[in-house]
Structures are given as C-alpha cells and as structure tokens.
Design a protein around this ligand. Structure first.
Ligand code: ADE
Length: 264
C-alpha cells in the first residue's frame, strides 16, 4: 500500500509532514509532494490547493507519477443538512459535482459520458475512516482541542455522519443556496470544493479513495466568519489525529492479515 494524502489547506497538511519519518520533498506541477512513512505506512502528502481542477490535477499526479495505491482527502466542509453541526465529522459515502449541469443534453448533475451523477467512495476505506474518527473522538478529542476553541465554536459532543458530499467551485455562504442543494440532493451531509473531483479521477483510474471532512460552518451567511481560526485550531487537529489513528489501525490490520496468511 502507498497512501496518498491530499489536504486543501496548508494548516491541515503541516502537522502530517512534521510527523513523517524520512520525509523527502519533490516538486511537480507547482506542488510539493512529501514522500515518507506515516506511522509505518508508506505515504505521499500533498496540498491540492482549492477547487475541482486543482484537486483533479493533484489526484492524477499522485497516481500516475507517485504510484499511490489509495487516496485520502482530509479537509473542512460546510454542513449540507440541519442535522449536521460545526465540529461534526463527515465521511463520504458518495460524491456529486453540484455545479455540473449539462441539461438538457444530460440530466442535471450527471458527468457527461460517464452516465453517473454520484461517484461512490471506497466502502472499506470509509469504514476505516469512521473507525479512526470514533477513536479520535473517544480518546484524543478532549486533550487535542484547546478548551477556549471548543467554547468559541460550541463543540461539545461532535458526531460522525456518513453520506453524500457535494463539491463545486463555489464557497457556499447563502442559506437559500444550501437549502436548495439539500432539497435537490437527498442524503446530502456536506458541501466542499474538491472531493467529487478526486472521486471522478479515482473512479476513472480504478484507485480506492476516501474523503473525510470536519464541518467548519453552516454554508450560510456566517460561513466565512472565523474560518481560518477554525482551520488552524480545530480542523488541523482533527485531520492529524484521525490520519494517525487511520494509519495505526491500517498498520495493525496489515500485520494481522500477514500473520493469518502465514498461519500464525
Ligand atoms: N469548505 C468549508 N466550508 C465550505 C462552504 N461553505 N462551501 C464550500 N466549501 C467549503
């Protein structure tokens, strides 16, 4: 396994690069790719920057140039439903490009000539991410997030949601817009700007991928308020600890399955 880890913002990626064993930097296509080991897992960390094209370029390069076998995307998202709150964690079950509309030639949301509106994430990776998120909330959350930041952002008992994530080249900060997307996309849990692009690339290249996001805002008129503070003091910590838990669990599972195949 070689795991590609994409973050959209510098603050999210910084901690992971610092945690890497024998890190080695390669620059390609105006991005820094950090190669090394994360908790014994062979990994490549990269900052995609923001938006679907940036994310598609990054995912393609990870697969084609750096030979990753699996991709994880970590980042923040706006809540896509009233039941989802700031500080909650969302794991994508499937992803859709909410700004794709080639109607009347093709149905709204369908990526022309793929026949698909929704691109499924890898189920096993998603389950591992949910497990890692539970471990984070049960064992790390209390100590990893500053109490002041918890009270500023109203984080008390964050929850985990698995469902539909919608991506588009828009930061959504309009209550009517998010309500309309929620009505048009049943099961919507979050909106962001990259996941569905990674999903399409991974679908076309046959690479399993997972997307995990921390909810930073309600995609309404207040969405940009304290955004960078949230990324730095909350979301960056979530991403670091969840990826750590994910790698430790994955390493454990690899050792277990090699023991089983050796009959130990
Ligand atoms: N990422 C975090 N919040 C978002 C929002 N409201 N819209 C799009 N992407 C986001």
């Amino acid at each position: 396994m070689r795991l590609g880890i994409i973050s959209a913002l510098y603050e999210e990626q910084q901690g992971l690069v610092e945690a890497m064993q024998s890190p080695y930097k390669l620059i390609h296509g105006q991005r820094e790719y950090w190669l090394g080991q994360l908790w014994e897992i062979d990994a490549v960390c990269v900052l995609s920057r923001i938006g679907k094209v940036a994310a598609a370029m990054t995912a393609t390069t990870l697969v084609e140039k750096f030979g990753v076998t699996h991709i994880l995307f970590t980042g923040v998202a706006g809540a896509g439903d009233k039941t989802v709150q700031v500080g909650d964690i969302v794991v994508a079950e499937s992803l859709v490009q909410h700004d794709m509309d080639a109607s009347p030639l093709f149905p709204r949301f369908e990526v022309p000539l793929t026949g698909l509106t929704h691109f499924p994430a890898d189920h096993q990776l998603g389950t591992r991410l949910v497990d890692a998120a539970h471990l984070f909330l049960d064992s790390d959350f209390a100590s990893a997030i500053d109490p002041l930041e918890k009270s500023v952002f109203g984080l008390s008992r964050p929850r985990i949601h698995r469902g539909l994530v919608a991506s588009g080249d828009q930061f959504i900060n309009d209550g009517e817009h998010i309500n309309a997307l929620n009505a048009a996309l049943p099961g919507l849990v979050a909106v962001e700007m990259e996941g569905a692009a990674v999903a399409q690339v991974c679908y076309e290249l046959g690479v399993p991928f997972g997307v995990i996001r921390t909810i930073s805002d309600n995609a309404n008129e207040n969405a940009a308020h304290d955004f960078m503070r949230f990324v730095k003091s909350v979301a960056a910590r979530y991403a670091f600890h969840i990826v750590r838990r994910f790698c430790l669990e994955t390493e454990g599972a690899v050792i277990q399955s090699s023991r089983e195949s050796a009959g130990v």
